[in-house]
Structure formats: C-alpha cells, structure tokens
Design a protein around this ligand. Structure first.
Ligand SMILES: [Zn+2]
Length: 177
C-alpha cells in the first residue's frame, strides 16, 4: 500500500518537472518573466477641468505625464513629464503631482526636479526613476481615480496648477524587449 502511494507521487512529480522544463526551454526569460503597464495624463496650466480632447504637443500650458511600470524579472517604475511653461512661469525648480483636486493643497505624491528647458517654451524630463515621496501604488491609483493634480513651481516661488485627465491606460501585459 505504502509502496503504491509513493510510486504514484513519483509519477506526478516527474510529469510536473517535464512541464516546467518545456516552459523554460520555450521562453526567453525576459519575454516571459516581465510584464509592463503604463498610463498617460494631460492637463492645462491654470485649468481646474482636465481637457477632454488630446492636446497638440505645443498647446499653451499643456501638461503631459506618463507612468511606466515593469514587474517580474525586471522591476522598475519611472515617470516622464513635460509642461509648456511659456506665459505661465519662466523657470522651473520642481514639478509635483499633489493628491486631491486643484486648490486642495494635498500631499505631494510625485516630485521631479531633474528636467531641462526647451527654449523658453517647455520644460521636460527624461525617463526618471520614480522616487516618491508617496508610494508608487498611491500615485498610480490616485491618478487613475482622478484624485491627483499637477503643479509647476518656479525658482521665484510662483506656482501654477493643472487638473489632470487620463489620456490612456494599459493593464499589465507581457513585455518583450
Ligand atoms: Zn507643489
């Protein structure tokens, strides 16, 4: 009786191992092991209602924000931001995403200071690793539920805000590089 049980177990394990081996052999680990999702948001400086149509890249006061997340074999969260500042501020010290609606003075979810001016018309970041101050999960879910707004802070202390509307979002999907 005992002998039969052990034999049965042995067969089950062998079958399991065969399946695993085939799985590894058929897949590049990066292709199979990493998933990515992303979301983009748009706004217009000084406006408390987010745009309902896609803005031209050079639209006055346009704010663009992209969130990218990889999980699995590769784990990373990063952010890209761009804001057309001409007519609003002349310099940028930091950009923030705050929790809440315009005028709420909610806590800072995202802070980026590492960007560059494009002429006197725009300020852009590269692909910046997310570094808070809030958690990535809070930033992602609060923006996704319309509870985050953008603020650009100038070196002279001025600031201008913009409501953010979701322009696109994708759920986790296999990321093959
Ligand atoms: Zn702020």
């Amino acid at each position: 009786m005992m002998r039969n049980r052990w034999r049965g177990f042995g067969i089950a394990v062998s079958r399991f191992l065969v399946v695993i081996t085939v799985g590894v052999a058929a897949c590049d680990p990066y292709q199979c092991g990493t998933e990515a999702r992303s979301a983009t948001y748009e706004g217009r400086l000084g406006q408390s209602i987010p745009p309902t149509v896609t803005l031209a890249d050079n639209a006055s006061g346009r704010v663009f924000l992209m969130l990218n997340e990889w999980r699995g074999s590769i784990s990373q969260q990063n952010v890209i931001a761009s804001v057309n500042i001409r007519g609003f501020v002349s310099t940028v010290s930091e950009i923030h995403v705050h929790e809440g609606r315009l005028g709420d003075s909610g806590r800072v979810l995202l802070k980026l200071a590492n960007g560059y001016l494009v002429g006197d018309s725009a300020w852009k970041t590269g692909m910046e690793l997310f570094a808070g101050p809030a958690s990535w999960g809070d930033l992602w879910s609060l923006l996704n539920s319309g509870r985050g707004y953008f603020e650009v802070h100038s070196s002279s202390g001025d600031s201008v805000s913009a409501a953010l509307g979701q322009a696109s979002i994708s759920d986790f999907a296999p990321s093959c590089t």
